[in-house]
Design a protein around this ligand. Structure first.
Ligand code: ARG
Length: 527
């Protein structure tokens, strides 16, 4: 709405100690020229434009801004803050990707929350978004579970408590493998037989996969998540030989007679890795080459984001680099990395038993939120998003449900307050021709924050950083609480002030709702 995007590609919201409302960084640029260009916009919203060090600082004319922005919020409603930057652009986002036969745990909450928020953020920036859930439905770990089922499985248990039974089998076989190395070989033989198409194993696999998909869908429903594509690793399995051959033909991969297929990335200072072992069995990495190629060829997205934990950073670097060497556009692939979620200071791991399953965690959160679903689930999601994604999160219930700030309940409570004021006032006021005069500082600050919100959505997209929205919402609700404590709304001194404050309050409710939606969080009407 400022028109500045035509002149510069970055606008900053200055910190509170700076006496300006917008700051345009112009470090190595011609400041006078930019100053003139901004002035030439003749934007009536800008009351003052001046050079301040390496910045061009701008101050708003609040009396012009207020009716304009409030009018816009009321007109655009749920779409307020959206932009068209991504028009005609397509982005594919891979996230979640749980390994089948194991229930998701609290660590997956972070991936799911991050992926879902990015999906919404890109949509708000005008992109077409395709989502894909890259299920881990192939490989040795699954072979071990199948082996365990053959040895100790119980059909009745598989029917009555399917996912629990599979988990028990997984835990048992990982323990037994440690004392009996022979089991590892048995699993390898089984995997080979399975890959070669053994009917019985294939149907067992199908059963495990169906059980897992049903299980994860129940949790996705709680989180309000869905995917366009459910292709797991298995989907790409038939494409592997071709892609390995392609890598060999293009001299990106090498193979000595009967040896493994190797990708050498020494010259890029990236460790070399294998696509196929000498026994002929396929590897995770070979599947990922097929994945990248398939995604490009079938969707031709402008970008493909891989929301995957930071442990796989080097691995994805290897994959993207290899695809680049094979002639595919490497720059389209981007790893959206994130840190670990710890419980009691320790890494979550299915094997060690230091684990809270995601479904149990969400149910517990709902219970702690006095059976309020939006609050309980929102609390977990927000907790996973409010810090920069590279940082680790030490999960704690106190932080998740903290009513003093930095939590979904704190922000949702701001919404509920605003909502109840509007209900009490039976507010149906129309915006047309309404004037805002003599706004006090608290009201002005809220107006400015409304104006910042669309910019926040752009920044969150630019940096793939939902925490920017979370931080904004937290500050925004803080500001609203201050406003509301010091400025009577329903009992304001006259009708004009009352109405302008009601309009402000209505706009606050809308922005909170919109902002939480971006993070994948719902607003409750009561708390
Ligand atoms: N299933 C994988 C895991 O649990 C995550 C998927 C990673 N994505 C990929 N394209 N390799 O670690």
């Amino acid at each position: 709405m400022f028109g500045l995007e035509k002149i510069v590609n970055k606008v900053e919201i200055p910190p509170s100690e700076v006496d300006a409302d917008l700051a345009v960084p112009a470090f190595n640029l011609d400041k006078n020229k930019i100053l003139e260009e901004i002035k030439a916009l003749n934007n009536p919203l800008f009351k003052e434009i001046k050079i301040a060090g390496p910045y061009i600082n701008i101050k708003f004319d609040i009396e012009i801004l207020a009716p304009k922005i409030i009018g816009q919020i009321n007109k655009e409603g749920e779409k307020f803050g959206f932009n068209e930057d991504g028009k005609d652009k397509k982005i594919m986002i891979e996230y979640s990707g749980p390994n089948i036969a194991k229930p998701m745990h609290m660590g997956h909450a972070r991936n799911n929350a991050l992926g879902h928020a990015l999906v919404n953020i890109y949509k708000a920036n005008g992109y077409e978004v395709i989502t894909t859930n890259h299920l881990g439905d192939w490989g040795m770990s699954l072979a071990k579970i199948m082996l365990a089922y053959q040895k100790w499985g119980d059909e009745k248990k598989l029917d009555s408590e399917p996912i629990k039974h599979l988990l028990d089998l997984y835990i048992r076989i990982t323990k037994e493998v440690e004392i009996n190395k022979e089991l590892e070989n048995e699993a390898r033989v089984l995997f080979k037989k399975f890959e070669d198409g053994d009917k019985e194993l294939r149907s067992l696999w199908q059963k495990f996969r169906d059980i897992s998909v049903t299980d994860v869908k129940r949790v996705y429903d709680m989180l309000g998540i869905d995917f366009d594509l459910w292709h797991g690793e298995s989907f790409y399995e038939p494409m592997i030989n071709e892609v390995i051959q392609e890598a060999l033909d293009k001299k990106v991969a090498t193979q000595e007679t009967e040896g493994p297929v190797v990708i050498n990335l020494d010259q890029f200072n990236i460790p070399s890795y294998l696509l196929r072992k000498s026994d002929g069995s396929s590897l995770y990495s070979a599947r990922d080459l097929a994945v990248g190629k398939w995604r490009l060829q079938n969707y031709n997205p402008d970008k493909i984001l891989y929301v995957v934990g930071h442990e796989q950073e080097l691995y994805l670097k290897q994959i993207f680099k290899t695809l680049g060497l094979m002639g595919y556009p490497e720059e389209k692939f981007e790893h959206i990395s994130y840190g670990m979620v710890t419980l009691d200071g320790k890494k979550i791991a299915t094997r060690s038993g230091n684990i809270v399953f995601l479904e149990d965690g969400l149910k517990e959160a709902i219970k702690r939120a006095k059976d309020n679903k939006e609050v309980g689930i929102g609390a977990v999601i927000f907790n996973m998003l409010h810090q920069g994604r590279e940082k680790d999160i030490a999960f704690s219930w106190d932080a998740v449900l903290n009513l003093q700030g930095n939590s979904a309940p704190y922000i949702q409570y701001g919404y509920v307050r605003a909502f109840s004021i509007l209900e009490k006032a039976n507010f149906k006021f129309q915006i047309s021709n309404f004037k805002f005069t003599n706004l006090n500082s608290s009201e002005s600050r809220l107006i400015k924050m409304f104006a910042y919100y669309p910019e926040i959505i752009r920044q969150a997209k630019k940096l793939n950083a939902p925490h920017i929205i979370a931080t904004f919402l937290n500050n925004f609700v803080q500001e609203f609480n201050r406003f509301y404590t010091n400025n009577p709304v329903i009992s304001a001194e006259n009708k004009e002030i009352k109405n302008s404050r009601l309009l402000l309050t209505k706009s606050v409710a809308q922005v909170i709702k919109n902002g939480l939606w971006l993070l994948g969080i719902q607003v409750p009407e009561k708390m």
